[in-house]
Design a protein around this ligand. Structure first.
Ligand code: FAD
Ligand code: SF4
Length: 525
């Protein structure tokens, strides 16, 4: 077990020769960025653990620990490579707790001519940096993080006239980067998308791997965060944080995933089980979002496994699609549509989040399991986020602002550029169909088909009427009923909506009455 508690941020002496301060944000830990090619005595890197970043939403404790621990490791590595780094710890007395305040202090101290930063991924931080540039009134430069496959400007251009469907965006990315194409430019395996092969139900075999990340002792850091009074949620054993905090760990995790887990990723991508939180997912999103791994190196490792005959095309294509497709796509949607996107509420959802989103104290087995797992690990895989907690929020009409805040806080990999289009767009359909062409709404049939959650549940997955009927069934039909006008024109929803409309009222009334009762007491479900 290694430790980050030994890191003592050196208070570097900032000589008057400092010409430029370069700010590195906590999710910009890209060691291969051109900034770091060789040390430059006229440059001082600035990193800061600040309250404005810990407090804009209530974060999972593991998220704060992972980001700060990874930042400290990164600063240490820079120093060891000969770079000068000024690092503000959360409890440092001279830490003003804001980007602008700390930069102002350092600019005054050193007389540096100006400062630079990398493009932030969140709109919120872009506003903070632009405001700082204005008030600091020194020469200022913003450079690319060199992380994504599309520059931010390219990403925005992709959606300039109309947001494309993800599938077509993804094909363009494959063509642009020549990934999984044959000599004629056609997709290998004869089709672009093996989604239909990604829906297996897992029944205990093949054996699911253990959680991939080794324990890291962050007890000292945990004490510092507690002493600073940062409000967090979720659970942690600070002596054994299980997330990657260095590029070395992230690379080892990528390699282990590709060799041992990827072969099964495709078949069980949509499966869920009480026995295996991760199943055959990679848990690489944190390493990717902190930029410890580059998306191209991740997909190239997966493609090499396919080329070596170690993983089937269904798995490799599915995995590549998530990274060069969905991940780049949601970023493009976000940057092309902010800040308006954050206000969208196309389905006029207004209900508050039931309290059990924060505790897991509900009798719905599927929700209880996913929320508890999220509180324990700071992780849920995609189908758990989309078809359990997200699906419930959609069906019950929970307010997108509250749902967004929950997703943004609870997952260690959560940053608004990727969280919001997934939550507001994909899960809640609050963007009216920009991310997805139809809402991802499902009843117990779907959940039962993909998981083992329903056996032993307080609710009956087959019932749609009366106390004890599965809330997903009941609320599903209430959702269809209340949005029938909107969705009867949607080609992918019309059949369901028209089928519902044709049902006789005496059949519909008890379902809607049960739903009405459930909606009145969501907190007690
Ligand atoms: P894997 O299943 O192993 O997938 C590999 C990689 O593909 C992931 O690491 C991730 O980088 C990328 N990826 C997969 N699906 C998506 C997607 N829909 N959008 C963007 N990238 C994707 N992902 C985040 O990184 N941060 C978030 O805050 C976040 N919030 C979400 C909220 C909701 C409501 C939903 C439905 C999805 C959200 N996702 C988010 C997307 C996805 O669920 C996670 O990226 C994934 O679960 C991370 O686990 P993994 O690394 O094991 O993924
Ligand atoms: Fe979830 Fe309904 Fe199944 Fe219970 S019966 S686990 S509430 S889908």
């Amino acid at each position: 077990m290694s430790s980050v508690s030994s890191f003592h941020a050196q208070k570097v002496d900032l000589p008057m020769s400092t010409q430029t301060l370069r700010l590195i944000l906590g999710d910009q830990l890209n060691a291969r960025h051109p900034w770091f090619v060789r040390p430059d005595a006229s440059v001082c890197y600035v990193m800061m653990e600040i309250r404005s970043e810990t407090d804009y939403v209530v974060h999972h404790i593991q998220k704060v620990l992972t980001i700060f621990a990874a930042m400290r490791r990164f600063a240490q590595a820079l120093q060891q490579a000969g770079h000068r780094v000024r690092y503000f710890k959360i409890g440092d007395p001279d830490n003003t707790q804001t980007i602008e305040g700390n930069l102002r202090m350092l600019l005054d101290e050193t007389g540096a001519a100006g400062w630079a930063c990398m493009e932030p991924d969140e709109w919120r931080v872009q506003q903070i940096l632009e405001a700082a540039a204005k008030t600091l009134a020194r020469p200022f430069e913003m450079v690319s993080t060199e992380h994504f496959l599309l520059t931010r400007a390219e990403a925005i251009r992709t959606c300039a006239t109309r947001v494309p469907r993800m599938e077509f965006f993804y094909r363009e990315m494959r063509r642009r980067y020549q990934l999984l194409l044959d000599a004629d430019g056609q997709p290998v395996g004869g089709k672009w998308n093996f989604d239909a092969s990604n829906r297996g139900r897992w029944q205990g075999q093949p054996q699911a791997p253990d959680w991939p990340w080794a324990a890291e002792d962050v007890s000292a850091l945990y004490q510092e965060i507690q002493a600073a009074g940062v409000r967090t949620m979720g659970e942690v054993d600070p002596a054994a944080l299980r997330w990657p905090v260095s590029r070395k760990q992230a690379k080892a995790g990528l390699q282990a995933f590709v060799q041992q887990v990827l072969p099964h990723f495709g078949a069980y991508q949509d499966a869920m089980s009480v026995h295996a939180p991760l199943l055959f997912h990679s848990a690489l999103s944190v390493a990717l979002n902190l930029k410890m791994l580059h998306p191209l190196e991740v997909v190239e490792a997966a493609i090499a496994a396919w080329q070596g005959g170690e993983a089937p095309i269904e798995s490799v294509e599915g995995f590549v699609r998530q990274i060069i497709g969905w991940r780049e796509f949601v970023r493009a949607v976000y940057w092309a549509n902010m800040p308006d996107y954050a206000q969208l509420n196309a389905l006029d959802a207004t209900r508050p989040l039931p309290a059990w989103y924060w505790s897991g104290e509900t009798r719905m087995n599927c929700v209880r399991h996913v929320v508890r797992q999220s509180l324990t690990l700071g992780y849920a895989h995609h189908i758990q986020r989309l078809m359990i907690t997200g699906n419930f929020a959609l069906l019950a009409g929970l307010h997108p602002d509250e749902v967004d805040a929950w997703y943004l806080g609870i997952y260690v990999d959560a940053f608004e550029w990727v969280e919001m289009p997934n939550t507001r767009g994909m899960a809640l359909f609050a963007d009216g169909g920009t991310v997805g062409s139809k809402p991802y709404a499902g009843g117990a049939n779907y959940i039962k088909g993909q998981s083992d959650y329903c056996s032993g549940c307080h609710y009956d997955s087959k019932r749609r009427v009366g106390e004890g009927a599965c809330p997903f069934n009941v609320l599903y039909w209430h959702f269809i009923d209340r949005h029938q006008d909107r969705f009867s024109a949607n080609p992918r929803m019309a059949m369901i909506v028209n089928g519902w409309k044709k049902r006789p009222d005496p059949e519909k009334a008890p379902i809607l009455a049960t739903a009405g009762r459930y909606l009145e007491r969501l907190d007690t479900l």
